[in-house]
Design a protein around this ligand. Structure first.
Ligand SMILES: Nc1ncnc2c1ncn2[C@@H]1O[C@H](COP(=O)(O)OP(=O)(O)OP(=O)(O)O)[C@@H](O)[C@H]1O
Length: 343
């Protein structure tokens, strides 16, 4: 049995079925990230694991113990929220030690644990401050510290970085990643952010409409998506999706390998854009987005809008006539139902 095991977990709010039967095994020490479109049930699934919502049916077990009906406080899990949920009138030290005090841990042990967590999170110099005297990133680190001192079996993170600005988000993400490497704690993390999912996760769980679409390492999902939904959800910009016969020169190139009523998927880096006429599909440039390190070129190929990414800068402009070439080594094929078929 896995360290944390979800067997056919379902959740309904009245007549609304939100989680429709989730099976998942998480190993000790794993960092698992839940992603999916808004409303797919990521937070609800996390809250079911945390015990903040009752599970309608199914079994949840942790370290060999059935905790399906165990109250939240007795599950040995710690949750870090987007909103920090710190006590505003208490110092950082008191915020971090609160749960230990409640558990009647001795003062000396509390001090050792809080000092250690503060050191790990670079918070030592702020221990006497109150939350309002801290930046957003520091507050979130206090919230994480509060979880660390409890040494829970599993850390649960619900979009912990979404209130931070882009730069702080990046820094705090790196800190969470280092922290995970240092502590090796089993973690489940809900996010909207692709970069967080790809960089933090040992495995990513892609959810849609209350069900798991695919579970895999970030690169497995990127390189071998099981279906069109995962293919287009993972990766920015999304994988280009072209009906088999929409672009004749592409159809000729993949001839026989793609179901005739299926779809060809190609990531932006799998398209090459050449100025003027060349072997490939004739196209027109719609938009050029220079991002600094790379460039996104939006093209119209036989009425199909596609996005190409290239590392070098481009002299191309909207309206230019170009040719789009497929890199045959990175193609994805999907059948009519959207399931991946062997390339
Ligand atoms: N207490 C509740 N009562 C009724 N419906 C609820 C309740 N909580 C959540 N839902 C519904 O369950 C669905 C899943 O919500 P959930 O918050 O888990 O989605 P999510 O994937 O985390 O979304 P987001 O990314 O927008 O936060 C939504 O349709 C939501 O409206």
């Amino acid at each position: 049995m896995a360290y944390l095991q979800l067997d056919n977990i379902k959740k309904s709010f009245g007549d609304t079925h939100v989680i429709k039967g989730v099976d998942l095994q998480i190993d000790k020490g794993e960092f698992v990230v839940f992603v999916g479109p808004s409303g797919c049930g990521k937070s609800t699934l996390l809250r079911l694991i945390a015990g903040l919502e009752p599970i309608t049916s199914g079994t949840l077990s942790l370290d060999g113990r059935d905790i399906t009906r165990t109250p939240s406080g007795k599950r040995d899990l710690a949750m870090v929220f987007q909103s920090y949920a710190l006590y505003p009138h208490m110092s950082v030290f008191d915020n971090m030690s609160f749960a230990l005090k409640l558990a009647k841990v001795s003062k000396d042990v509390i001090k050792t644990k809080v000092d250690h967590a503060a050191k790990t999170l670079n918070l030592t110099q702020y221990l006497h401050r109150t939350p309002k005297e801290l930046s957003g990133g520091q507050r979130q680190r206090v919230a994480i510290g509060r979880a660390i001192v409890r040494a829970p079996k599993v850390f649960l993170f619900d979009e912990p970085l979404s209130n931070l600005d882009a730069a702080l988000r990046g820094n705090t993400r790196v800190e969470i990643s280092k922290l995970h490497r240092a502590l090796g704690a089993t973690s489940i993390y809900v996010t909207h952010d692709q970069v967080e999912a790809m960089t933090l996760a040992d495995r990513v769980v892609v959810l849609r409409d209350g069900l798991i679409e695919q579970v895999g390492t970030p690169m497995e999902l990127y390189d071998r998506p099981a279906n069109q939904f995962v293919a287009q959800f993972i990766g920015m910009p999304s994988m280009n999706m072209v009906q088999a016969r929409a672009i004749p020169s592409f159809a000729a190139q993949v001839n026989g390998r793609l179901p005739t009523d299926g779809f060809l998927g190609v990531r932006p880096e799998g398209l090459r854009v050449h100025p003027g006429a060349a072997p490939g599909a004739p196209a027109r440039v719609e938009l050029v987005e220079a991002l600094g390190a790379d460039t996104l070129i939006h093209v119209d190929v036989a009425g199909v809008p596609l996005i190409a990414r290239q590392n070098e800068r481009t002299p191309l402009h909207p309206g230019d006539a170009v040719t789009v070439e497929l890199d045959p080594s990175v193609l994805h094929f999907f059948n009519r139902e959207g399931r991946a078929v062997a390339a």
